[in-house]
Design a binder for this molecule. Sequence first.
Ligand code: RUB
Length: 306
Amino acid sequence: MQDPVQTTAENIRKLKIQGARNIAIAAAKAIETLARQTKAQDRKAFAKELSEAKRVLSAARETEPLMRNALRWIINQVENSKQIRVKALTKLVSESSRQFLTDLERSMEKIAKIGGKRITDASTILTHCHSSTVTYLLRKAKQEEKAFNVICTETRPLFQGRLTAKELTESGIPTTLIVDSAARCFMNAVDLVIVGADAITSEGNVINKIGTSTIALVANEARTPFYVVSELLKFDPATVSGDYEKIEERSPDEIWKKPPKNLTIRNPAFDVTRRNFIHGIICEEGIISPQSITAVMHRKHPWIFQ
Ligand code: RUB
């Protein structure tokens, strides 16, 4: 039998599973499968297995607080329960994992409903990378028969923009693909930039695919509103106590397979967009200012600070 945690971690590492939501969903499902297959004899052994799974999955990609928060929340339910029997704890993991996935689904619906109001007929939206939250919102707006078009960047080095382009064209949304460095050339024709997020810090800065912060600067210069769509649980509580969000650095191979000798290649996967450049974070609570994120988290998810 394949180890669900190792297999999922490998798929996340290799980007076969991509994007913060999909990563968190896969991790929640992996931990549920692990619990169902457990051979642990008692609560202590079971808890140890869960905690090891959390460590392995979290290490697969380090800039993914939604996955970490999901695993922590699911494991919290076990830790907070008085159950002793492994069977009962397994059931609890299953229920918690499903609850997390349902909540995530609901959040995306709310985000699409709120954000969709910002998409008007004849408008041009620019997006970067592949965010399932962004594409869902755009597809929903299309279903409401809004006539807008999208510009998406190809997103070097791994071309996630092609996933976006494919998904949107298949949904009948007029879409134009540009190279990342053409963002400024097109920005004057753009009404709204919408990007996803991997992490939100306590200061309201947003971490997303490398190149996002450049697009935010360009949008700012062109006076184009720049919005981030994100579930609140992409907030990283570690940033409250002074830690910086770790930015994953990936293999140079992704940029150049056979580079000349002695060449240094750097390949950070994400960058930080400062809150000053973000008009709003569109989340399940509404459109909030980046500055208000910690207060909103205290209200909606107080457990995250414990
Ligand atoms: C994906 C990326 C996405 C966010 C948000 O990077 O930066 O914009 O993860 O996606 P990668 P979602 O391809 O390296 O995982 O809205 O689906 O959570």
